[in-house]
Design a protein around this ligand. Structure first.
Ligand SMILES: *Cc1c(COP(=O)(O)O)cnc(C)c1O
Length: 309
């Protein structure tokens, strides 16, 4: 595991077996949760893994001011602000939309950890992948390293290799891995580093996201060695769209919280659970094959959902 990533005292605390547990009448035998939400101090979840190669590069290059992009509830900016402060690195968050009267708890944390918040209009924000726009912005804001929104890209995918190693060590015979998908970077990192005995089901959090397969395939192909695990995306569990939650998702998450003591958030991990739960209820897949549900963290975002609090 990369230095500084996942500062958890005992690796075993990261694995929670749900065998013997029942959720809405569905037995969760053979399901194990990889609790990344428990690892990483102020930056729990998958984002610290995606950030780790960037931090290594920044340190090696002697850079000192890093810029990235996100919305008001961004887990990525939240994690970047936390690890930036820990590494004595200056951070700048370029935020979609006008500065609000009152900062979201996510941005309030980030600001408290020293991140400079720079708000841009929604139309400017749409240019966040244009090299010219990014170059001008980073010059204006004095940044010497830029991380794409969500920590997306080859470096982020490479950073997820330790996750694959953790999973492969725990399940040497292989398993089905269920993981939430935003940019697909985490899934790509897992697919590139897990052996062929693994199958990854990616639950897409956005509605109508067309180009994801190609993006993920390119990211997987760019990793060395090339792809091993099979993977597939599922688009039927967005529950109304990104960061939306319908009654079905809310009910399942509240029960999961109450009855299993497992807190999830509605953007990614709740939808991953919903997908897995519906497959188990329908008897899809082999009951004997172990399932790893990756808890990618993001619990700070629960503060945006009154029904969860
Ligand atoms: C960012 C995020 C994801 C999605 O990761 P990608 O690598 O962008 O697909 C999943 N779960 C949580 C909690 C996240 O914050």
């Amino acid at each position: 595991m990369g230095a500084g990533v996942c500062s958890t005292p005992r690796g075993s605390e990261l694995w929670q077996s749900l065998t013997g547990q029942v959720l809405e009448g569905v037995a969760l035998d053979n399901v194990t949760v990889l609790r990344l939400d428990r690892c990483g101090g102020l930056a729990p979840g998958n984002k610290q893994f995606k950030l780790a190669p960037h931090l290594a590069l920044i340190a090696a290059a002697g850079h000192r001011r890093v810029l990235s992009f996100g919305g008001a509830w961004s887990n990525h900016l939240h994690a970047l602000a936390a690890v930036g402060q820990a590494a004595a690195l200056e951070t700048v968050g370029v935020i979609r939309g006008e500065r609000p009267q009152r900062l979201s708890p996510t941005l309030a944390d980030a600001a408290q950890w020293g991140m400079q918040l720079h708000f841009v209009s929604r139309s400017d924000y749409r240019r966040r992948q244009q090299p010219g726009f990014v170059a001008t912005l980073s010059r204006e804001l004095g940044a010497d390293h830029v991380i794409p929104e969500g920590g997306a890209g080859p470096l982020g995918a490479a950073g997820c290799r330790p996750l694959a190693e953790m999973i492969a060590a725990r399940f040497p015979q292989g398993a089905r891995v269920v993981v939430g998908v935003g940019t697909g970077t985490t899934l790509a990192g897992l697919a590139a580093a897990l052996p062929a005995t693994f199958h990854i089901d990616g639950i897409v959090a956005l509605r109508g996201e067309g180009g994801l397969e190609a993006t993920i395939a390119a990211l997987v192909a760019a990793q060395v060695p090339a792809a091993h695990a099979r993977w597939r995306l599922h688009r039927d569990f967005h529950c109304g769209g990104f960061a939306r939650a319908d009654a079905r998702l809310r009910e399942l998450m509240l029960r999961c919280d109450r009855e299993l003591g497992l807190a999830l958030e509605p953007v990614y991990t709740g939808k991953a659970l919903l997908a897995l739960h519906s497959w188990l209820a329908a008897g899809v897949g082999s009951v004997r094959q172990p399932v790893v549900l990756v808890h990618t963290g993001g619990l700070q975002g629960r503060r945006g959902y009154p029904w969860l609090n």
